[in-house]
Design a protein around this ligand. Structure first.
Ligand code: NAI
Length: 461
């Protein structure tokens, strides 16, 4: 069930304010000034749900570190080189144990870190509590944040005047551009973790409003392959199973979107014994889904067939009321795309006769027709809302990318254009090698003859 939502750190109820002001007969302007000072003070401190969870959070961080060998190697490198001395890194990432390992890695490299979540349901409260106790780290996050607190916490991170930002979904850096543009002057740049964030950044670049270099960490092969494909494939089912405990074998699973994430989800669904249907809007991925052995259908035809629907398109309202009306009684819907608008929950909420939370992050909606549908994870990233996100090994690679991207921004200070930048292949290659090393896997080396052959064009049939 939902944890109890703590009172917002900066917004006592309006009537509380009024009563307090009237009681002390304080003039409104004086009261406003006091509140401003007080808010600034609250912003300058960490805010987590329950500091007493820190012990468990520390243990979870320890477990994650065991599986993040490649990132620990980067930490050792940073300890020696201290590339972030005197810098503040502002982060809006899922506050999970893996992100905690990344935060500690930046601190080892000399940084101060200010972090908040990038999704109201993805924070692991124990990890947030543990990080808040560590030196040079400030945290504002709790699971179940209101929209209002979500933005207040982003503002709190911005209040620390970061030199580098790290985003997952682009909310932090867009807020800097729209509300706090003065910061852009001192910023070295930022890094973006996910596909949806990159799409937003490219739109900013196209409109000519991007005012700082942004590294597309999402586009590293070592991120894209491991995280979007293998990571989302596994953790999406982790979330769905924790919410529903349904049997996947023999069921019909409809995967909406056959991009990197959709391919991973479809692969795992097939591995668990499901009959998989894929829906697409682009020709090539649809063709690839067909070649991979999946049935490809438009959503209107897939709707009555599915037992479980998983959206991973990064798009808007891909499951709408017109589809839901055709679904079986008891159909289960889940989303693993970045934002919670892939399933048209607003309309479902308006039209449903009743809504009940029946299990861990599983809501039942009773429709006017008498049928019921179930939505896991409130339609937010199901792998993070209902479970713990990707396994640590996967995040180790994604975060090696973040770590090297920040180092790249420092090394190239003042030399990068205000555009979306892909890291050089050598960095990706270095990350892959580090992971192979962590997995104790060896590979062959080109012989001098092979190297020469691959570089020449003279030899033919
Ligand atoms: P992608 O761009 O590779 O794939 C998206 C696919 O959806 C494309 O093939 C596109 O043609 C298709 N699509 C778009 N609109 C559609 C519609 N109306 N119906 C059916 N198909 C449609 O993107 P990727 O990397 O697979 O990411 C998808 C989403 O997942 C993004 O929002 C991304 O940020 C998010 N993501 C989530 C993760 C998680 O932990 N759950 C991890 C990584 C990414």
């Amino acid at each position: 069930m939902n944890p109890k939502k703590p009172r917002s750190p900066t917004s006592p109820r309006k009537d509380d304010n009024l009563r307090f002001r009237r009681f002390l007969r304080i003039p409104r302007f004086l009261f406003k000034w006091f509140k401003k000072i007080h808010s600034a003070k609250v912003y300058s401190m960490s805010y987590v749900k329950d500091p007493s969870l820190a012990g468990q959070g520390k243990l979870n961080l320890e477990i994650a570190e065991r599986h993040m060998g490649a990132l620990l190697n980067v930490r050792e490198h940073f300890k020696k080189t201290r590339p972030f001395s005197g810098l503040t890194i502002g982060m809006a990432l899922h506050v999970t144990k893996e992100t905690g390992v990344l935060v500690r890695t930046f601190v080892a490299g000399g940084a101060k870190v200010a972090i908040t979540g990038c999704n109201p349901l993805s924070t692991q409260d124990d990890v947030a509590a543990a990080l808040a106790k560590e030196k040079d780290i400030k945290v504002w996050a709790y699971k179940g944040e209101s929209n209002e607190d979500y933005y207040k916490f982003l503002t709190a991170v911005i209040g620390e005047e970061p030199d580098i930002t790290i985003d997952d979904g682009c909310d932090l850096v867009t807020l800097v551009h729209t509300r706090h543009p003065h910061l852009l002057k001192k910023m070295l740049g930022g890094c973006e973790e996910t596909t949806t964030g990159i799409i937003r950044l490219k739109a900013m670049e196209k409109e000519g409003v991007l005012k700082t270099p942004m590294i597309a960490v999402n586009d590293n092969l070592t991120k894209h392959l491991m995280d979007n494909y293998y990571g989302t494939g596994q953790s999406t089912f982790d979330g769905i199973l924790r919410s529903t405990n349904m049997l996947i074998a023999g069921s019909t699973v409809v995967v909406l979107g056959y991009g990197s994430c959709g391919k991973g989800v479809a692969l795992r669904a097939k591995g668990l014994g499901a009959n998989v249907i894929v829906t697409e809007v682009a020709a090539f991925p649809a063709l690839q889904a067909a070649m991979d052995g999946f049935r490809v259908l438009p959503m209107a035809e897939a709707a009555p067939l599915g037992d479980l629907f998983i959206t991973v398109t990064g798009n808007l309202r891909v499951i709408r009321m017109e589809h839901i009306e055709k679904m079986k009684d008891g159909a289960i819907l889940a989303n693993s795309g970045h934002f919670n608008h892939e399933i048209d929950i607003d309309t479902i909420e308006k039209q449903a006769k009743r809504k009940r939370r029946v299990r861990h992050y599983l809501d039942e909606y009773l429709l006017k027709s008498g049928k019921a549908i179930f939505i896991a994870g409130e339609g937010r990233l199901v792998n993070l809302a209902s479970a713990e996100g990707h396994p640590s090994e996967v995040m180790s690679l994604s975060f090696c990318g973040q770590a090297f991207a920040c180092e790249y921004l420092v090394k190239h200070k003042g030399k990068l254009k205000n555009e979306v930048i892909t890291l050089p292949d050598e960095i990706d290659d270095r990350i892959a090698k580090m992971q192979l090393e962590a997995m104790k896997l060896n590979i062959d080396v080109l012989t001098p003859e092979q190297r020469k052959y691959l570089a020449s064009w003279r030899e033919g049939t």
